[in-house]
Design a protein. Structure first.
Length: 264
C-alpha cells in the first residue's frame, strides 16, 4: 500500500507519543562524528525522553578514526544510552543493519547522526504510526552540496523507473519503522550500499504500508560527509547502478513484479 505525500504546513504538536502504539527504539549509527554527536544525542534525548513513554536510545559506533569513541564513552556515563562500539569499520550498510539489530521496542526511529534533521520533526512522523509500517521523513527542501542532491535525485529516479515506485526520497536519513518489518526485511538487504533505499524497495514489494512525510532538512553544521567524497562519486554511482540491476534481476526471477498489482 502506498500513500500520496501529505503537506507539511501548520504547527506540529510536540507529543506525547501514543503509548498504545508501542515503545520506540531511537537508533543512531555513528562514524567519525566527534564534533556533533554530543549535541545530537543531548537534543534528541531532551525532546523525546519526557514525551515517549517507552523509549530506548541505541548508539552503534562503527570503527571511528577520530575521537568519537571517547566522546560516546563519556556520554554513556551521563545519558540513558545503550552504546555499542566496533574496533573495525563495517561500512554504512552493515553498520546500519547491526545498529537496528539491537532495537527491542515495537518501533525503530532510525536517524543519521550528523544532525541534519531536527528532533522536533519526529512529531511530523508520529501521527502516521497508527496506519503505516514505514514512515519516511522526506527532505523538503534538501540542504546538501549540489553533487549530493544530483546523486540522490538520480538514484531515486532510477529506483522509481526500475521498480515502478512512487517514492521521492528513499535514501532519507530520518525514518520511523516497525521493528517486526525491519527484522523480516533487513536480512534480505544485500545488493546496494544504502540500507534504507533497498529496504524501502523490498518492503514495498512485501506489501508494507509506506508513506513519505515532508520534513525540513538542514545543512551539515560541522565536518563533512564520510560517504560522498567527490573523488569517489563515479565509482559509487557505478556500484549503485550495478546493485539496482542485480536487484531487478532478482525480483524478476522471483516473479515479484507480476505479483505486485500496478499502482499498489
Amino acid at each position: 500500500m502506498t500513500q500520496n505525500t501529505p503537506t507539511s504546513g501548520g504547527a506540529t504538536p510536540r507529543g506525547p507519543a501514543d503509548p498504545a502504539l508501542g515503545g520506540i527504539s531511537l537508533v543512531f549509527p555513528v562514524f567519525n562524528e566527534s564534533f556533533i554527536i554530543e549535541q545530537t544525542l543531548r537534543n534528541y534525548i531532551a525532546e523525546l525522553a519526557p514525551r515517549v513513554t517507552d523509549l530506548e536510545v541505541i548508539v552503534a559506533e562503527d570503527g571511528s578514526t577520530d575521537d568519537t569513541k571517547a566522546v560516546l564513552e563519556r556520554l554513556a556515563e551521563e545519558l540513558p544510552i545503550r552504546l555499542f562500539t566496533s574496533d573495525e569499520r563495517k561500512g554504512y550498510q552493515k553498520a546500519v543493519m547491526d545498529a537496528v539489530s539491537h532495537a527491542t521496542k515495537p518501533w525503530v526511529f532510525l536517524v543519521d547522526s550528523d544532525y541534519q534533521f531536527a528532533v522536533i520533526d519526529f512529531w511530523r512522523l508520529e501521527p502516521y504510526r497508527k496506519d503505516y509500517d514505514v514512515i519516511l521523513g522526506m527532505k523538503s527542501p534538501r540542504k546538501d552540496p549540489f553533487y549530493r542532491v544530483w546523486l540522490s535525485g538520480g538514484y531515486n529516479w532510477l529506483l522509481r523507473i526500475f521498480f515502478k515506485l512512487p517514492y521521492r526520497d528513499m535514501d532519507t536519513g530520518f525514518r520511523l519503522l516497525k521493528r517486526e518489518l525491519v527484522e523480516s526485511i533487513a536480512p534480505q538487504v544485500c545488493q546496494m550500499s544504502f540500507f534504507t533505499a533497498e529496504f524501502v524497495v523490498r518492503a514495498h514489494y512485501a506489501g508494507a504500508r509506506i508513506i513519505e512525510v515532508p520534513v525540513p532538512h538542514y545543512a551539515r553544521k560541522i565536518g563533512s560527509t564520510t560517504i560522498f567524497f567527490i573523488s569517489k562519486l563515479f565509482g559509487l554511482c557505478f556500484q549503485q547502478f550495478l546493485g539496482i540491476l542485480r536487484m531487478h534481476s532478482e525480483f524478476t526471477e522471483r516473479g515479484l513484479f507480476a505479483k505486485r498489482k500496478p499502482g499498489a
